[in-house]
Unconditional design. Structure first.
Lengths: 444, 632
């Protein structure tokens, strides 16, 4: 952002972003377009886009700045001339934000969303051969800023889209918390009878190498043609642009900060793959193939916000449990070590979580145990310490990821009474728990 | 009027414009935006990554013309990866790390050396590239210097800009719908230096390139070897268009390529004039000619038909003879059109100004082609044989180029076509200005006063270096040769030792190295460190002057041996001082030296036996002393 001095100067001289100005500073005399400054730039620097396309940051203090002429008005995004085919399956694309489907407007620094199908088709013209698209911009929120309130809106919107005749729905969403959202939507839309495909991009779509194009294409293919029903994530399966993998919504996890194939299924294989040429390959025996003739169940969008996800680690302070109990929390999922441990029989009394957990359970707080190993199943019986915890009333959440267990507990408490919620926590609702552990499901 | 003046006047009359873009890899330890090694070893690739890229609207909204053109080619790219040379950053799977400070310092040093102004804040940009040479589909490039000036042969040359950017991937395979790249060199720091297009003659272009090349080498911080420096030349004449000739590696021929480009533009302008006067026209409709060749003897067409191909053609009204007109040695207008068609993945085109016998297309087939395309006498045709969709695309591109032949010279990026004829071919349309947008993953770089002061302290002047060499050698010719030599930084390092015989060092580096190479000695394998060591030992008196060459030969044969070991194993140590004196007096004992030729003869025979171990002037001194004392 420009500092106060520059902002005032620009204002009083009637200079706006995009205007052609001349800057004479420290021996440099250049004409160019005034660009906005971002939070990464120094406040006292004027950013000029020169004729050769490069930006240069010139010192404002002591500079002579003259306006040459008004800039051309902000560019309109090019539209595709492709017409949609009504003979193709109807797919609704719900935008919620994130790097996919949005453009940075470098003139204003704002994010510009591709809200119209013709804008989207300009970018990914091959979509026109797959589905008749309806674009439904819901909001534009970074994934780290998303809350359950947005998940609820998305769930309702998906249900509406299906009612209006969509054969499938694609939800574009920021990737950071996509696996929380996919779990939440899996529970909220348990009983939906169409494919609900969440997708995003690890590289923003304003670069030619973006993964957004293939992710979007494969997602629309799944929504338009697959026999899958229910919620899942469709993103790159490898670093290559050759195929996407579809992961059950309750089984996905972002396992890499930046790679295209960051999303992996945990304790389960892929449900299906989709090639860039549009072929679907069903991989899972229990992929829920469905005929899309039944009516979907109405979504259950209740969500209890007073549920916490807590990590146990060496030297961790069990007082965190007391903190949440005191705040009136109704559920806590612990991300324990190994098979589902917290420090219990410590040499130093202060580090044992056992009394705090006991106290919480006694107060009626539901405490669930998962593992920070992510892979594998928790087990309350192998070690004495586990038995102690289990005896204290901790629910062992089988092979659920900590994130899914957290979302599930919050959803259960939002829709059921505590007793029912406690019962349902470690029983399977929508593929989030499997009683078998397959040999092949590790590090997929 | 001198030749030079004539040259200048001639090119001025043509409206000759010429500017250079020089790209030089820097010799930093790490890459520009990650910690991979920037030093290239030939390690085999271990992973393959496949990517598709597409042109996206840039910062100002429009899709760059050149980027769009590459997308039309609709190709997939395979990136070969070796974990030592490339990491996730290089294959666009991780955001860039902070900029390599060493590279930035070299860039600032060069900016100071060319009297450039440095913006207070450097803004890293993305330059869109969709030919696949960058897995990210852009090249990161930062403007570091502005408004520079160098003096070449007494003429001031403006150097308006210098950039610090990433090296692209090296191409391995380039096929129809697919290209393969080696990712090892992606991200090596690269300096781009641009001049204004006011270079006056092709020869001056060469001098400017040599000057900048020397400046870069003088830093001692740039990579050497094939591909480490690349010169792009921009050329145009009045009525013509800007053409960028890319990747000239051999400076010696730069002027010849430029001269040829001038001729090409002149010829194309003549052709355009001719076509206009004839009211030439390019038909928009492609006609399927496949049927004509049902029983053809043309191998070229037959092989295409066998693999499911078709033959398509179109009419060029009043083009007769024009497609076959020569624009450069071995190149016709047809070659230019063919270059465009090839972008669709065909091997070439067939046109009516060619001898059909070349393709074994017979008279009746030719007559039928002319009939189907409704050609009159003055008309021409172009056709291709390929799979229908490829043929269609190829002809569309050929039509586009043929239409331009009537109007303009298309602005293009061109590559070397024939190294012996100094000709070029079309690569892609010249990129427009819209392919830049900010690299938001890297923080802008604030240039501190300390950085600028330090760069000024490391300033290099080619002119100062030249006059210094002149005074060191006393020979203008030798100074000039050293200026152009890649060994100059090594020479400077060796002669840091002020007492060393500089002419001797220069002779070895410039003359002897070349001789040795001609003898089949692999000079490269000696290594700069060992070369320095040999000269050090010579300067300290540990080896004789005559032994230096022998040492170099032996060191080249044994790339891993220490110089001291080689000296020991081959008895190449210098015999000097008392030891030499004893040896000489022992051999002189009892010799009759009364003949005036006796002493010179003795020296000759002594030296022929000990030349590698004894310094001639020291021997002379000893003998003079001994004979004096014996006379006494």
């Amino acid at each position: 952002m420009y500092g106060k001095k520059i902002t005032e100067f620009l204002k009083s001289n009637g200079i706006e972003f995009g205007d052609i100005i001349k800057v004479e500073a420290e021996g440099i005399s250049e004409e160019g377009e005034l660009m906005p400054s971002t939070e990464a730039n120094s406040e006292e620097i004027i950013i000029l886009k020169m004729k050769n396309g490069y930006n240069a940051g010139l010192r404002f203090d002591g500079a002579k700045i003259t306006k040459i002429r008004k800039g051309v008005p902000v560019h309109e995004f090019p539209h595709s001339k492709i017409t949609q085919k009504s003979s193709l399956p109807k797919v609704t694309l719900i935008y919620t934000g994130g790097t996919i489907g949005s453009k940075l407007d470098y003139k204003t620094g704002g994010v510009y969303m591709l809200l119209k199908p013709e804008e989207l088709l300009y970018e990914v013209p091959e979509l026109a051969n797959v589905a008749e698209l309806k674009v439904d911009p819901l909001f534009s929120i970074s994934s780290e800023d998303m809350s359950y309130l947005e998940w609820q809106k998305i769930a309702k919107q998906v249900y509406e889209a299906e009612k209006e005749g969509s054969r499938g729905v694609v939800v574009t969403i920021g990737t950071d918390t996509m696996h929380y959202a996919s779990a939440a939507l899996s529970f909220m839309l348990n009983g939906i009878n169409i494919p609900v495909v969440l997708t995003g991009a690890q590289r923003s779509s304003d670069r030619g190498s973006s993964d957004a194009f293939m992710n979007l294409f494969c997602s629309v293919v799944l929504a338009a043609r697959s026999e899958i029903k229910g919620v899942g994530i469709c993103m790159h399966k490898t670093s290559s642009d050759d195929e996407c993998g579809f992961i059950r919504g309750t089984r996905a996890r972002k396992m890499h900060t930046s790679r295209r194939n960051a999303f992996r299924p945990i304790n389960e294989g892929y449900i299906a793959t989709v090639s860039y040429s549009g072929e679907i390959n069903y991989l899972s025996k229990d992929a829920e193939h469905a005929k899309h003739d039944k009516k979907s169940k109405e979504p259950m969008v209740g969500f209890e916000k007073n549920v916490a996800l807590v990590k146990a680690y060496p030297n961790s302070d069990p007082g965190i449990i007391d903190y949440y109990v005191a705040k009136g929390y109704k559920g806590i999922i612990i991300e324990g070590t190994g098979l589902g441990h917290t420090p219990v029989s410590t040499q130093h009394e202060n580090y044992s979580w056992l009394p705090n957990i006991k106290k919480a359970v006694d107060k009626g707080v539901i405490v669930g145990m998962t593992s920070q190993c992510l892979y594998g199943r928790v087990n309350p019986n192998v070690y004495r310490n586990l038995r102690l915890l289990s005896g204290a009333g901790v629910i062992y959440c089988e092979d659920m990821t900590p994130e899914t267990a957290y979302v599930k507990l919050a959803w259960l408490l939002g829709n059921y009474d505590a007793i029912t919620a406690k019962k349902m926590l470690n029983s399977n609702l929508t593929g989030e728990i499997n009683s078998r552990s397959d040999y092949e499901d590790f590090l997929v | 009027m001198s030749d030079k003046m004539h040259d200048e006047a001639y090119y001025k009359s043509l409206g000759f414009m010429c500017g250079l873009e020089i790209h030089q890899r820097l010799a930093t330890a790490e890459k520009l935006f990650c910690s991979c090694s920037a030093i290239l070893d030939e390690l085999p690739p271990r992973h393959d990554v496949i990517r598709h890229q597409r042109a996206v609207a840039g910062e100002l909204g429009e899709i760059d013309r050149s980027a769009k053109f590459e997308e039309l080619k609709d190709r997939s790219f395979m990136y070969k990866l070796n974990d030592v040379h490339a990491c996730l950053v290089d294959i666009d799977e991780e955001p860039p790390h902070t900029i390599n400070r060493d590279a930035l310092e070299i860039a600032l040093q060069l900016a100071a050396s060319m009297e450039m102004k440095v913006p207070a804040e450097l803004e890293p940009m993305r330059k869109e590239v969709v030919d696949g040479s960058n897995p990210s589909a852009f090249q990161r490039s930062t403007l570091v210097g502005l408004n520079g000036r160098i003096s070449v042969n007494g003429n001031g040359i403006d150097v308006p800009s210098m950039f610090l950017e990433e090296e692209s991937a090296g191409i391995i395979k380039n096929a129809e719908s697919y290209a393969e790249y080696d990712t090892s060199r992606i991200g090596i720091p690269l300096i781009e230096i641009d001049t204004f297009p006011y270079i006056r003659t092709p020869k001056e272009a060469k001098s400017v390139a040599l000057h900048i090349g020397t400046l870069l080498r003088l830093t001692g911080l740039v990579q050497r070897g094939i591909g480490s420096i690349r010169q792009d030349v921009n050329v145009s004449i009045k009525g013509g268009s800007r053409i960028e000739i890319k990747g000239l590696q051999e400076l010696a021929d730069m002027d010849k390529y430029i001269e040829n480009e001038v001729v090409r533009q002149q010829k194309l302008l003549e052709i355009a004039k001719l076509l206009k006067s004839r009211n030439a026209e390019v038909s928009e409709s492609q006609i399927d000619l496949t049927e004509i060749f049902a029983s053809t003897e043309s191998k070229l067409i037959l092989s295409s038909l066998k693999s499911g191909g078709s033959v398509f053609g179109f009419k060029l009204k009043n083009f007769n003879g024009a497609i076959g007109m020569e624009v450069n040695p071995g190149r016709r207008l047809g070659s230019e059109i063919s270059d465009y068609a090839k972008m669709a993945g065909v091997k070439g085109i067939i046109h009516s100004d060619e001898d059909m016998g070349k393709y074994s297309i017979n008279e009746s087939e030719l007559a039928e082609i002319r009939k189907r395309l409704s050609l009159s006498d003055g008309d021409s045709f172009i056709m291709v044989a390929a799979k229908a969709d490829i043929a269609e695309k190829a002809l569309r591109l050929a039509m586009e180029r043929a239409k331009m032949a009537m109007e303009i010279i298309p602005p293009e990026t061109r590559a070397v076509d024939n190294r012996e004829l100094y000709t070029t071919r079309f690569m892609r349309p010249l990129p427009g200005g819209s392919r830049m947008y900010p690299e938001t993953d890297i923080k802008p770089i604030y240039v501190s006063d300390e950085m600028l002061v330090s760069a000024q302290e490391r300033r290099i002047s080619v002119e100062e270096e030249r006059s210094k060499l002149k005074s060191e050698f006393g020979s203008e010719d030798m100074a000039e040769r050293m200026m152009l030599s890649t060994e100059l930084p090594l020479y400077r390092e060796i002669t840091k030792n002020a007492s060393i015989d500089k002419q001797f060092v220069a002779n070895i580096l410039l003359q002897k190295f070349r001789e040795l190479q001609r003898d089949g000695v692999d000079v490269e394998s000696i290594g700069n460190e060992r070369i320095k060591q040999i000269f050090e030992m010579f300067s300290e008196g540990a080896v004789a002057k005559q032994a230096v060459e022998q040492l170099l030969r032996l060191a080249a044969k044994e790339p891993k041996a220490a110089i001291t070991e080689i000296i020991k194993a081959n008895a190449l140590g210098r015999i000097t001082g008392k030891k030499l004196e004893e040896m000489v007096s022992k051999e002189l004992k009892g010799k009759d030296l009364s003949d005036r030729n006796a002493l010179p003869l003795f020296i000759k025979s002594f030296m022929s036996e000990h030349r590698l171990n004894v310094d001639g002037s020291e021997l002379n001194g000893i003998i003079a002393r001994l004979s004096k004392s014996s006379k006494k």
